[in-house]
Write a protein that binds this ligand. Structure first.
Ligand code: TYD
Ligand code: MG
Length: 457
């Protein structure tokens, strides 16, 4: 069988194949994403035809589906994000910036799992000695944790079949390669084909596989977007590298909700779970100062409190600065425009800075009211009550719209000692106020009602 080498051009974003190079992918529209790759094809393969048989079908009611016993990682936050543990035969992709702690958390997961199960940890990035040094630092030692520094995907798949471990970690998928593919490790074809091999191994043997994935400079998964479609679960490990805490988020999960987050703190002995993130995020909050407002957010089913800070200062520039950290830039502009048009505040000559303390990233419209309150508090230099918390979505006409699950949001804030609640009026109707005996509620239907609160104190 003759083997021919063929040059193809592949989009590193969507995996689309082209006969020649182009500046822009015609499929996904991404610029500068086409890379050249060598593909080896056997001439016999293209002419081979399978037999024409009909596929088998089965009524839905007769299909038996048992999820199987989920494997607990022993790390509560991690299990929650996965939807209650690791599903047998599932493939989980864990992505994140370099140095964020992907290898660390997976080694910790292995440590917990290997107490009762056999675990295989394959690293293509680090030598066994380096892994051992990290394990020493984390206080990990175990006979049921098998290590290997390998990069050949076919060998690893064979080893999985022979060793029959209960969990496999591949760190990272970009370092893996298949010999029959001539392009280098990390290339689109290699990443896709290696993933395919690991998925096939996981599905046939029922062994769950964790793949570590690199992210590119835009924060997307390096390699084709199809990788995300192929695996069962995609987790992102994120956080500010200068700050100690990290958030684990599910972007896709075939076996659970994608709303859950897990919060961890990186310390000298690895990552530890943060059971009360709200308390941590509000630590060191300034009191009696203008330009800060606490917001009660909902991350999945879990309420989290965060502090929104705003600073408004006279601008020295013709076009005033708008700087946001942790909050959407365009949303800030929109809120400034609403405040200007509907409440008559002038921001045209003022710089505006928004910061969400603790490095948290807010993408919930429920934070609108808190951002607006923080901005106006700083503009008027009037602090909000120290125990105040605000939530509500701001509409373009200046109306404050209801948000989901007010009871949980209030509950979390009440638990931490906050007693003044500024919230959409519609939401207050559904809240069981008797559960919060000494709380003060300020229901608001529009922006001017909310801003009137500043004249009260
Ligand atoms: P690592 O897991 O190697 O990151 P990744 O695999 O995502 O590239 O984590 C490396 C970082 O974590 C490094 O900057 C040091 C820090 N770290 C700690 O602060 N404490 C620890 O106990 C460990 C093991 C790492
Ligand atoms: Mg690593």
């Amino acid at each position: 069988m003759a083997i021919k080498s063929k040059t193809i051009f592949v989009c590193s974003q969507c995996g689309c194949q082209l006969p020649k190079w182009q500046g822009r992918c015609p499929d996904c529209g991404e610029w500068n994403s086409i890379v050249q790759e060598e593909l080896q094809v056997s001439s016999a393969a293209s002419t081979r035809r399978g037999p024409s048989v009909m596929m088998e079908t089965q009524p839905l009611s007769s299909v038996t589906a048992d999820e199987g016993q989920r494997l607990k990682t022993g790390i509560g936050e991690f299990d929650r994000v996965l939807g209650g543990g690791i599903v047998p035969g599932s493939v989980v992709l864990l992505c994140g910036d370099p140095g964020i702690g992907k290898s660390t958390i997976l080694l910790q997961v292995c440590h917990h799992v290997c107490r009762q199960n056999k675990v295989l940890y394959v690293s293509g990035e680090e030598s066994l000695r380096q892994i051992k040094l990290r394990a020493n630092r984390l206080g990990i030692n175990g006979d049921d944790l098998l290590l290997s520094a390998a990069t050949d995907a076919a060998t690893i798949v064979e080893s999985i079949k022979a060793l029959q471990p209960d969990l496999v970690v591949i760190d990272s998928i970009q370092t893996m390669n298949l010999q029959e593919i001539s392009s280098s490790s990390g290339s689109v074809t290699q990443v896709r084909e290696c993933t395919q091999q690991f998925i096939a191994a996981a599905k046939s043997s029922g062994v769950p596989v964790f793949l570590v994935g690199h992210v590119n400079k835009d924060g997307g998964i390096a390699g084709p977007k199809v990788l995300e479609h192929m695996v069962d679960t995609v987790l992102y490990f994120e956080g500010d590298r200068n700050l100690s805490y990290r958030i684990l988020r599910a972007i896709k999960n075939r076996f659970g909700s994608t709303n859950e987050i897990g919060v961890f703190e990186m310390g000298s002995v690895g990552l530890s779970e943060v059971e009360n993130p709200s308390k941590m995020l509000l630590e060191g909050r300034p009191e009696g100062v203008s330009g800060t407002c606490v917001v009660s957010l909902l991350e999945g089913t879990r309420p989290i409190l965060a502090e929104v800070q705003a600073l408004v200062a006279k601008s020295a520039l013709n076009a005033p600065r708008r700087v946001t950290t942790g909050f959407d830039f365009n949303r800030t502009n929109l809120l400034l425009a609403v405040l200007e048009k509907r409440a008559g505040f002038r921001f045209g000559t003022l710089d505006a800075y928004i910061n969400v303390a603790g490095g948290l990233r807010i993408d919930e419209p429920a934070a609108d009211l808190a951002v607006a309150m923080a901005l106006i508090s700083n503009l008027l230099d009037k602090p909000l009550p120290t125990d105040a918390v605000a939530f509500g979505e701001l509409g373009l006409t200046g109306e404050i719209r209801a948000v989901s699950q007010p009871q949980q949001r209030i509950n979390e804030a009440y638990r931490l000692g906050l007693r003044t609640f500024i919230l959409p009026k519609q939401n207050l109707n559904t809240v069981k106020q008797s559960e919060f005996p000494d709380a003060i509620f300020y229901p608001v239907t529009n922006l001017s009602q909310a801003l009137n609160l500043f004249s009260k104190n």
